[in-house]
Design a binder for this molecule. Structure first.
Ligand code: ADP
Ligand code: MG
Length: 249
């Protein structure tokens, strides 16, 4: 298998600006086509992992590395990370006034095209967007609205999955895509991820087993105190649902 088929997180240490260490040697290897659920109690460092992978400036990688296709991306800008195939949802800034979702997304999709590669015309883009939006229950009207401005929690989550479907990354990290979703939205998110027509490597951060009924994990990991406290198969999620995280302490 080609080297670029793996996202490798190797002994990652991440600190805040004040020097407080949050991730304390976390390692995780994700092949394309695999779903890794990352679970764990509040404050364990799950969102810090997501933020560090995306290159959020507040989260400083002090040692360890993150590799896609063998290339270390720890010193790369978010844009360069995206070019290596890592999905960064448009979370920063969360709301963009005056830019509609569809045109923002078209710019992003075209921006990731290699030099010389054909850009999507507005019409071709629109057709692809409609196709991707269908399964997500994401309305045309929403796509015409300014990016994330006034989107409900569920709409933001769907917008994130729509971005993913359009950007076609090799790897994606989704931080609690299930939080605050009703059952229909949860089903839509599951259908959106399962409907991808190519093998993605997914790190799915979640508190609850619920979403794992829709997006089946190949591996389940427990993050506690900045490290992996346990790794296993789907049965680990069931065990957590039964007895919580106490047993891993
Ligand atoms: P999780 O997503 O697993 O609930 P987080 O990664 O959000 O955990 O947080 C891990 C720890 O780091 C917590 O103690 C949290 O308070 C702290 N932390 C994370 N980000 C910041 C920040 N920007 N400023 C201060 N503390 C932070
Ligand atoms: Mg979190």
């Amino acid at each position: 298998m080609a080297k670029d088929e793996t996202l490798e997180i190797i002994d990652l240490h991440v600190s805040l600006a004040d020097g407080k260490e949050i991730l304390r040697g976390l390692s995780l290897s994700v092949k394309r086509g695999e779903v890794h659920a990352v679970m764990g109690p509040n404050g364990g460092g799950k969102s810090t992992l997501a933020a560090a992978l995306m290159g959020h400036p507040a989260y400083r990688i002090t040692s360890g590395s993150v590799r896609v296709g063998g290339a270390d991306l720890t010193t790369l800008s978010p844009d360069q990370r995206a070019r290596l195939g890592l999905f960064l949802g448009f979370q920063y800034p969360v709301e963009v006034a005056g830019v509609n979702f569809a045109s923002f997304l078209r710019q992003a999709v075209n921006g990731l095209k290699a030099e010389g590669e054909k850009k999507l015309s507005p019409i071709a883009f629109r057709n692809q967007l409609e196709e991707a939006a269908k399964g997500l229950g994401f309305s045309e009207e929403l796509a015409a609205r300014a990016l994330n401005v006034g989107f409900s929690g569920g709409e933001k989550k769907k917008a994130e999955i729509l971005q993913l479907a359009m950007l076609r990354p090799k790897f994606a990290v989704l931080d609690e895509p299930d939080s605050g979703l009703d059952v229909d939205a949860l089903r839509h998110i599951g259908a959106g991820v399962n409907g991808l027509d190519y093998p993605i490597g997914l790190v799915l951060i979640t508190h609850y087993q619920r979403i794992l009924g829709h997006i089946k994990p190949d591996f389940v990991h427990v993050v506690m105190k900045g490290r992996l406290a346990a790794s296993g198969g789907p049965e680990l999620a069931a065990q957590i649902e039964q007895s919580g995280y106490e047993g891993f302490r």
